[in-house]
Design a protein around this ligand. Structure first.
Ligand SMILES: Nc1nc2c(ncn2[C@@H]2O[C@H](COP(=O)(O)OP(=O)(O)O)[C@@H](O)[C@H]2O)c(=O)[nH]1
Ligand SMILES: [Mg+2]
Length: 336
């Protein structure tokens, strides 16, 4: 982990990728596992304080062929209901909400949800925020993991889905987690540890030492590096991976982020409300930097999307990110 301190003299962006290609088997084939064996469970964040609230056990272990077998009925303690929202608090043993945006990710969720549920220390809740999927994403999520919370986003775009998920979260920490199988749930404790150690925002980075990607194309990598340089110049940060969706932060920061209100209706002309698209990550990165919050980068290894197609349009979304950087810089200037 490396601290990202607002310092204009810092390197413009990562000194280049440290790629650790995943060479393990892909899910779905005979005898294959969705991820490489995860080894012993990660060390807990610290000794559990009084009032420790353990999460549920995994509904199913990550076994080969998962999703092709009928799901056994869950034990009664997996049929838990979402907790009422409590005032988010910062502690050594935070309740962790994982927000998973989905657009036609049914096949991926069959693999990913049990893996998130198997993470130790256990997460407090998983919220799937669906965007009008037509492949039975929500039904599959509920069947795969009965205690998952499923909500439907109010407009369109990944950014709106995330804002809806943040608003619904009842945990102390929010982890942003793509459903496509590219993010490794085994990294969740590292993100939470960074927060417990004092960060406000734990920023996943494929280009920090120990990170990597097998999913990013050369074009996207180049575009990301360029946008990263612009962001660091404008905000005095030393981000190494601006456009990466695996991040975590304390839930008490949600009001400060002032994301587009989920209750605003979808514009009738079909356009996307600003902040509702893939620029969500940039909005977060900029607002957190502008607020002078403590940012720690967490090395992350991005795997290939398992099933389905990316929703990102490299040029259109890259342009949205650039426009976002400029408008966020103006916004930060006005508030000085
Ligand atoms: N709810 C919702 N989720 C979305 C939308 N667009 C993308 N996602 C999800 O956001 C995550 C990242 O999207 P993906 O298409 O993999 O983009 P990439 O990782 O940049 O290639 C995936 O879990 C998608 O299902 C959307 O409009 N609504
Ligand atoms: Mg992806």
């Amino acid at each position: 982990m490396s601290a990202v301190t607002p310092a204009r003299s810092g390197p413009p962006h990562g000194a280049g990728p440290t790629t650790q290609p995943y060479r393990g088997p892909r899910p779905g084939g005979p005898g294959q596992q969705p991820y490489p064996p995860q080894g012993p469970p990660p060390a807990p964040y610290g000794p559990p304080p009084a009032g420790y609230r353990p999460g549920p056990p995994a509904a199913m272990p990550p076994v080969p062929g998962l999703g092709t077998r009928p799901t056994p009925p869950p034990p009664p303690d997996l049929e838990r209901r979402p907790r009422p929202r409590h005032a988010p608090r910062r502690s050594g043993n935070p309740a962790v909400t994982v927000v998973v945006p989905t657009r036609n990710e049914a096949r991926n969720l069959e693999v990913v949800l049990p893996l998130i549920a198997a993470v130790r220390p256990a997460v407090h809740e998983i919220i799937v925020v669906d965007g009008n999927s037509t492949d039975g994403t929500i039904e599959t999520a509920r069947r795969t993991l009965p205690w998952v919370r499923c909500i439907t986003q109010t407009r369109k775009g990944k950014g709106n889905a995330m804002a809806c998920g943040f608003a619904a979260a009842t945990g102390d920490v929010i982890v942003m987690f793509d459903a496509d199988g590219s993010a490794d749930p085994g990294e969740i404790p590292a993100f939470v540890s960074a927060l417990v150690a004092g960060a406000d925002f734990a920023k996943g980075s494929r280009f920090a030492k120990g990170g990597g990607s097998e999913d990013i194309t050369l074009l996207r990598k180049t575009g990301n590096a360029g946008l990263n340089t612009v962001a660091n110049a404008l905000f005095g940060t030393t981000y190494t991976d601006l456009c990466y969706g695996y991040n975590a932060f304390w839930a008490d920061l949600v009001p400060m982020l002032e994301l587009p209100d989920p209750s605003i209706p979808q514009p009738e002309d079909g356009t996307m409300v600003w902040g509702d698209g893939f620029e969500i990550e940039t909005v977060l990165n900029c607002r957190i930097a502008a607020a002078g919050l403590k940012i720690t980068e967490v090395p992350s290894v991005e795997k290939e999307r398992m099933f389905g197609e990316t929703n990102l349009r490299t040029f259109a979304d890259g342009t949205r990110v650039l426009r976002t950087l400029l408008s966020e810089h103006r916004r930060a200037d006005k508030r000085k």
